[in-house]
Design a protein around this ligand. Sequence first.
Ligand code: FAD
Ligand code: MLT
Ligand code: ZN
Length: 461
Amino acid sequence: MSDARLESLRALLPELRLLVEPADLEHYGRDWTRRWTPAPMAVALPASVEDVQAIVCWANAKGVGIVPSGGRTGLSGGAVAANGELVLSLERMHKVLAFDAVDRTLTVQAGIPLQRVQETAREHGLQYPVDFASRGSCSIGGNIATNAGGIRVVRYGNTREWVAGVKLVTGSGELMELGRGLVKDSSGYDLRHLAIASEGTLGIIVEATLKLTDPPSPSNVMLLALPSFEALMQVFAAFRARLQLQAFEFLTDVALKHVLAHGEPPPFEQAHPYYVVTEFASDEASEAEVLAAFGQCLEQGLVSDGVISASDAQAAQLWRLREAITESLARYVPYKNDVSVRISAMPAFLAETQALLGREYPQLEVVWFGHIGDGNLHINILKPDAMAQDAFVADCERVTKLLAQVLEAHGGSISAEHGIGLVKKPYLSCTRSAAEIAAMRGIKAALDPNGIMNPGKLFDA
Ligand code: FAD
Ligand code: MLT
Ligand code: ZN
């Protein structure tokens, strides 16, 4: 605590929880990427919007960078503090503030975990439908700041669709109430949407008003084994035409191998190149449709095997095969690519990328999985045991450069749902034009004139 700047923060906010112990700096200074060495100056845990505003004003006066921090489950290095920044954790701001049955909205503080939002919606007989495996640890603020997607986008869309209002403390310390829960508002630019996917570079999301919807219809989960990616796309089209899909997720045999090694039981006696976990409404009419869709795909050789859940426990077990992938790969500290192309472009993109990787980098193990209904593929590269970490990262960055070129040719995006952060910063221009990046810089300058908000993320100052 010898830093005079920290002393001045203490003097300004004597009640503020401020952590400076090395273990805390390490814990709060990094996200799931585990690539950078955490080195924040301190960790602030404000308890109110007023505290957040005071911290931002202090940071402007002292020229200190702020890294907003939710659950630090991010996969793009957005919540990394490796350069003496102040981590501003929303952890203590985790309350449900209001439920409105008429508006069907839930107003929450930004630090609330996604799972608590889902549970609260259920308690009110409704649903908050954004969902993915880190639900217990990630925060709504982080979900909004990354425009998180997940496993139900095919049915419900990304986080963006569910944000009716955002309270943002901008980089200049202004409190802006954006959207205000209005269904309609054509009074100029919708600044709420700038906060969504801003990755903490414009300000700190302190509260959000979230839309809720009808509870999901009873559903069935099915695991399919498929011979090829082309077949998988045809099965997607056939299932989508007949069923109300709530999820349509894919993984390869390599991904399943890691999940099984992590302790999940094998679903089929023999291995298959591709697998799909799909969930759909299970009313009587759809049961006949499921049989018809599955039968048709089986007859055409598009599906090799399949299992349908007969209980909630079995459904959860099938979901584990998809949801445990990230956990099962964590020990490798994989290099992640999270890309999107138009759904119809996926087979060509996958074939080109697989050929390129096989040709240029046969020594790297590549694990594919993702969200078929959203044109979103996750490409995880694992470090061979014998390879040094630096050489591995250098190889992965070369791979990503090549990948970015393929993506550019397909009009795709270098980040589908994880954000740009530090990991994808060098490749932003493959997805966004120079004019777009200049406009983004202009927006940043307007809301964060001193560049204190998450410096070095998304783009350099
Ligand atoms: P953090 O990691 O803490 O931060 C992420 C970014 O948001 C950073 O730039 C940070 O500065 C900023 N930020 C955080 N809080 C605020 C705030 N209050 N105001 C302003 N900026 C803020 N992501 C998906 O999209 N889909 C998935 O299917 C998915 N599955 C996952 C599964 C696992 C097992 C794991 C570990 C991660 C997964 N993720 C997924 C990634 C991650 O969970 C999401 O990106 C999530 O939205 C991050 O939330 P967080 O609170 O952990 O944010
Ligand atoms: C997923 O779809 O499981 C997530 O985006 C996490 C990941 O990519 O590892
Ligand atoms: Zn994903």
